[in-house]
Design a protein around this ligand. Structure first.
Ligand SMILES: Nc1ncnc2c1ncn2[C@@H]1O[C@H](COP(=O)(O)OP(=O)(O)OP(=O)(O)O)[C@@H](O)[C@H]1O
Length: 690
């Protein structure tokens, strides 16, 4: 096979092909029957719905409330059934197009016969026999984890040890067999090459037919607790994390649902880019949020948060000083211990009297402290209940007025050392001798760097029950969260987490987070390191290695165009070159072109200059979608995304020199899958190693 074009493998052994073609024919017949059956079921439920609705409207006024209620219940159930029938039909139709991508033949020790299982996107049974196993099923693990020979998998009935006697890679497209070949490492390589050589889709896609062994280990890890994936650019971290969510939803049906899973993503464009993967895998989309939303939820409506500022676009050295102070692990940890101390010691008890009954200040303080790990709000509530209960018992047989709980609560609240998180933060900064590093840009508005610290302090007061409903949290681009943001997330989401990113792609010099410090914050999770990179051609990877060498990377032997580097002279020269390159892109087979600049502001200027003559999209903080065609973005906005072709703008020595600018350039060049052009105006940055 020509590895540069990524053509399909040859159906090398004709008898394997013929055998699989016959099997495919039989499977398609069964699927067709199942689709007919599902369609009938869907029609029946629809008819039942329509006739009940008709009956109800015809007889409105005559039907008694009890019957009406029964009918409403019935309608709801029919509606649910219709939805299930519709979904199952949809899946069957998808399977009909491409029912499976592999099979494994396995003989369990002690049994005479080997059994062949076909593996596909969804499971399918026909007349009581399993025709296709879901890619997440235990038996499918044989395909991902073993070569022919000794193998095992954990079936519900126990460990199945035996011999994997056959394993085939199969491709079915439009219900026709494209290839069927015995698996070996060469074939796996070919399949992977084919997958990676395709032009990009608008959105990220599922990769179930080519999940690699080291990736599968992460997807199927069920040790519980938090798992961290540190991997080089393009190693499939985001893909794997999403497949892992699909896997956990499958394995933990009943205890984990899409409503209880959340993804913390860097921005809305990225959220849109990955939105298709879970539905493609047959799962409902999960909740999406970003750190800003979490902080806003905590701060409530009294405080708003100023827009985030980025060091790349900032010349305000006072702000840089403030942001750097708040980007350290020490700052985050001292906020956390301050919050904890406040939670424990917030109540400065003073004598509290109700008629002739007094509760001494020291008793109040002591009771408040005895409530262990609870929040201020919960402790005040318990203490108020205790006082009301005590007063009730004292009132028995006596003329004592029992106070209302709310009144007691208000009096206790008045004894708190700080009334709200903002006042507490002011106290903290004053005690830390850093008062001057806290300024509010406007009344009722705090800077982004302060918001998470205040949100953390707010968590001492209470009020994050809604966030605590999340049972699994996926955090992408972990390196972009500051220590304070990580601590806030760890506090608000005490659930299991999958955290991923690449500390080589840190682009914020004010953020002092490291992998080690982050791991400590999450209680020393299991950390996986991925070194194999899949996104880019070897030519692009070699350039990326020059920009920022990462230790022991492994690159696919996939070739493409040489990386082009061109001098443009001045801004007009850049525009002329860009126009030429966009025109060439539009004539090419590529679907996505990313034009990347270091700065948000300059990316916007280029967008405005080009928008009059070309169809281009600007990716900015306000954008919500990722589309095909030409996108212009800053490095920060391009994170996590990929494009068939990338043009890096203004790669001059004046733009890229420092360590963090090296990371910015690394992120920019590693967004390219197949083609990369680097434009500079006058003198290229030495980081390119030209
Ligand atoms: N096993 C695989 N089979 C096919 N394609 C894969 C596989 N693993 C990764 N890829 C592809 O590699 C590309 C990079 O994947 P992904 O975006 O998940 O990587 P990443 O590690 O999150 O990247 P980055 O940190 O650079 O944003 C995607 O196109 C993805 O589909």
């Amino acid at each position: 096979m020509d590895t540069t074009t990524g053509a399909d493998p040859d159906p090398k052994t004709p008898d394997v092909f013929a055998e699989e073609e016959e099997h495919l024919g039989a499977t398609l017949e069964k699927l067709a029957q199942a689709i007919d059956h599902a369609s009938e079921l869907f029609e029946q439920t629809n008819d039942a719905y329509r006739s009940t609705k008709f009956y109800m409207s015809e007889n409105r006024g005559e039907i008694d409330p009890q019957e009406m209620y029964q009918n409403e219940l019935y309608l709801k159930e029919v509606d649910r059934n219709a939805e299930i029938a519709h979904l199952s039909r949809e899946r069957l139709v998808q399977l009909y197009d491409s029912p499976y991508f592999a099979n494994v033949t396995f003989r369990v020790d002690g049994e005479d016969d080997a059994k062949t299982s076909y593996i596909g996107r969804f499971a399918f049974s026909h007349e009581g026999s399993i025709e296709i196993s879901d890619w997440r099923s235990p038996v499918a693990g044989l395909f991902y984890d073993f070569d022919r020979g000794r193998a095992e998998y954990a079936a519900p009935s126990g460990l199945m040890a035996g011999t994997l006697t056959g394993k085939r890679q199969i491709k079915v497209e439009d219900s026709a067999l494209v290839y069927a070949v015995e698996d070996d490492s060469g074939i796996r390589d070919e399949v992977m090459q084919r997958e990676l050589s395709r032009t990009s889709d608008k959105k990220m896609r599922s990769i179930i037919s080519s999940i690699q062994r080291e990736q599968n280990q992460i997807i199927r890890d069920e040790t519980g607790g938090t798992l961290v994936i540190q991997g080089v650019a393009g190693s499939g971290k985001t893909s794997i994390a999403l497949h892992r969510i699909a896997y956990l939803l499958y394995r933990r049906k009943g205890t984990l649902s899409s409503n209880s899973v959340a993804i913390l993503s860097p921005n809305k464009v990225f959220g849109d880019y990955i939105a298709n993967v879970l539905p493609e895998l047959g799962e409902e989309p999960v909740r999406e949020m970003d750190v800003r939303t979490v902080a806003e939820t905590m701060l409530g409506s009294n405080l708003s948060i100023a827009p985030q500022r980025y060091p790349v676009d900032e010349i305000d050295s006072a702000w840089l000083k403030r942001a750097s102070f708040k980007g350290t692990v020490e700052f985050a940890e001292s906020i956390a211990s301050y919050a904890q101390r406040f939670r424990d010691e917030a109540l400065r008890g003073v004598d509290l009297g109700f008629g002739s009954n007094t509760f001494s200040g020291s008793w109040l303080t002591e009771r408040y402290r005895s409530y262990g790990r609870l929040t201020v709000k919960e402790r005040i509530d318990l203490l108020a209940s205790e006082i009301v209960a005590e007063m009730s018992s004292r009132s028995i047989g006596r003329r004592v007025e029992v106070p209302k709980k709310n009144e007691v609560r208000q009096k206790l609240n008045a004894m708190l050392a700080a009334k709200d998180a903002l006042s507490l933060y002011r106290l903290f900064m004053a005690e830390a001798g850093s008062k001057s590093l806290f300024t509010m840009p406007a009344k009722g508005t705090v800077e982004w760097e302060d918001a998470c610290a205040i949100a953390y302090l707010q968590s001492a007061f209470g009020g994050f029950e809604e966030l605590a409903e999340v049972k699994h949290l996926l955090i992408d681009e972990m390196q972009d969260l500051t220590p304070m943001q990580h601590l806030l997330i760890a506090r608000l989401f005490p659930c299991e987490k999958t955290i991923l990113g690449d500390f080589n792609q840190t682009v914020d010099p004010t953020n002092a987070m490291t992998l080690e410090a982050m791991a400590d914050m999450y209680g020393k999770p299991e950390v996986f390191h991925l070194r194999e990179s899949y996104r880019s051609t070897l030519e692009i990877n070699e350039l990326a290695q020059r920009v920022k060498p990462v230790a022991d990377p492994v690159f696919m032997e996939r070739h493409g165009d040489e990386v082009r580097t061109e001098r443009c002279g001045n801004a007009q020269g850049v525009l002329t070159k860009l126009t030429e390159l966009i025109d060439a892109f539009e004539q090419s087979e590529f679907k996505t072109l990313g034009i990347i600049h270091k700065s948000d502001k300059v990316a916007r200027v280029y967008y405005e200059l080009l928008a009059g003559s070309h169809r281009v999209h600007l990716l900015s903080d306000e954008s919500a979608t990722f589309s095909d065609g030409v996108s212009i973005a800053s490095v920060k906005m391009s994170k996590g995304l990929e494009f068939d072709e990338v043009i890096v703008l203004d790669a001059d020595d004046s733009q890229y020199g420092s360590d963090y600018e090296r990371s910015l350039l690394y992120v920019a060049v590693t967004r390219a899958m197949h083609r990369l052009t680097i434009l500079y105006r006058d003198k290229p940055t030495p980081l390119l190693g030209l």
